[in-house]
Write a protein that binds this ligand. Structure first.
Ligand SMILES: NC(=O)c1ccc[n+]([C@@H]2O[C@H](COP(=O)([O-])OP(=O)(O)OC[C@H]3O[C@@H](n4cnc5c(N)ncnc54)[C@H](O)[C@@H]3O)[C@@H](O)[C@H]2O)c1
Length: 368
């Protein structure tokens, strides 16, 4: 099956097309990742930032002082009513993604929301329903779909180099990396810990890379043993808020897909391992792929062969954001395909939710 979204489109940041119309773009949640968005938007002529919203006045001050944002609001209802933007870019903590998205869609805006799409599949479905009811675009900020290594896997799979995919192992493991800012340790505001925060990145890119099979069952477990206690161990993000820490330190899970393939997921903020890992590895009937090393494993000319793309576009983090925001802007302006539409966010959310449900139930659970 040809995935039309992986073509020359991700290299389009290099082109200098004439911009016919600019999207009037506003950001809800002007924290850390919003600044990455603003730096990326500076390279996208199709986007004009018209305003921002945050509950913290000091963040709005920073937006005015450093990013020249002229219209700033503490409530998104006021922003929506005053500015009537074309797009709302949701960069709040996970628990706010759904209400901000639904409000913006109902106000007639297209919406791109940061990852994970929301806290639960039910919230994702409400967002998808609101987009359909208002005939607006909805995308999730899954930038690793635009990573050239992920694109290389898609191309190799479509060329038949991998064959049928049986297994994919996903790892987003930190030895000690509990965020010491924001609300990443608070389950009520985030929906979970490392699996929903960083596991989601590697799960979504792996899921996309293997052709987005339908998840049907999940099993797994989660453990909390470091984050909820004070610690004097040296680490690069010390002094996290252990008193409000209600999420897992480590999550291990397995997803079964309709086509029989299995995804294994390992994700941690804290784990007793040698070093951090961010990778996925694919095993197929004809070939395999290691994302981190960008290596394709096949049999060729009577030998087991390891091959790599000799040249790839920039893999720089900020550049991935340029590609993901540009894909969304193009979808809004020209009706081109979205690489991470709401439905893709829902599929990944169902996998995460399945592992959390299985951990609670102590057995495998089905995914509808
Ligand atoms: N794609 C990526 O690689 C990536 C990286 C980091 C974070 N994220 C995602 O971005 C989101 C934000 O993360 P962050 O690191 O920027 O967190 P952050 O805490 O730095 O920023 C979040 C901002 O949202 C604001 N906010 C909270 N509730 C609000 C509300 N009701 N209305 C308006 N503003 C509100 C906060 O005041 C804060 O300034 C999370 O969902 C996170 O998962 C994505």
């Amino acid at each position: 099956m040809a995935d039309k979204s992986v073509g020359t489109e991700s290299f389009a940041t290099e082109t200098q097309e004439k911009v016919e119309r600019k999207l009037r773009w506003a950001i809800v949640g002007c924290g850390g990742i919003a600044t990455t968005h603003l730096n990326a938007i500076a390279k996208i002529p199709e986007i004009e930032v018209v305003g921002g919203c945050d509950i913290k006045p000091e963040r709005l001050q920073l937006m005015r002082d450093k990013y020249g944002m002229t219209a700033t609001y503490e409530k998104w209802d006021d922003l929506l009513a005053d500015l009537k933007p074309d797009v709302i870019d949701v960069c709040t903590p996970n628990g706010v993604h759904m209400p901000a998205t639904v409000a913006a869609l109902n106000a007639g805006c297209h919406v791109i929301t940061e990852k994970p799409m929301a806290m639960t599949p039910a919230e994702c479905q409400m967002m998808i329903d609101a987009a359909k009811a208002n005939n607006k675009k909805l995308a999730v900020g899954f930038q690793f779909r635009y990573h050239p290594k992920t694109e290389f896997l898609v191309r190799a799979r479509e060329a038949g180099d991998i064959g049928d995919i049986m297994f994919v192992k996903c790892q987003a493991l930190r030895r000690r990396g509990i965020p010491n800012w924001g609300v990443f340790g608070q389950k009520a505001l985030q929906g979970g810990g490392p699996m929903i925060d960083i596991g989601v990145h590697i799960m979504e890119s792996a899921h996309y890379g293997i052709g987005s099979p339908k998840p049907v069952a999940a099993s797994g477990n989660i453990w909390t043993y470091i984050g909820d206690k004070p610690s004097e161990v040296l680490s690069h993000w010390p002094n996290w808020d252990w008193k409000t820490f209600t999420v897992e330190d480590l999550a291990i899970g397995q997803i079964r897909f309709e086509n029989g393939a299995i995804m294994q997921v390992e994700s941690s903020f804290s784990a007793h391992i040698e070093k951090d890992v961010f990778n996925f590895q694919v095993m197929g009937t004809k070939g395999g792929y290691n994302w981190e090393t960008n290596t394709l494993f096949t049999d060729h000319a009577g030998c087991m062969v390891n091959s790599q793309a000799a040249w790839l576009p920039s893999t720089e983090f900020g550049e991935l954001f340029v590609r993901k925001l540009k894909n969304f802007a193009s979808g809004c302006l020209n009706n081109t395909p979205l690489r991470a539409p709401g439905e893709a966010g829902l599929a990944v959310q169902k996998m995460i939710d399945g592992i959390y449900r299985s951990a609670e139930a102590g057995k495998e659970v089905t995914i509808d």
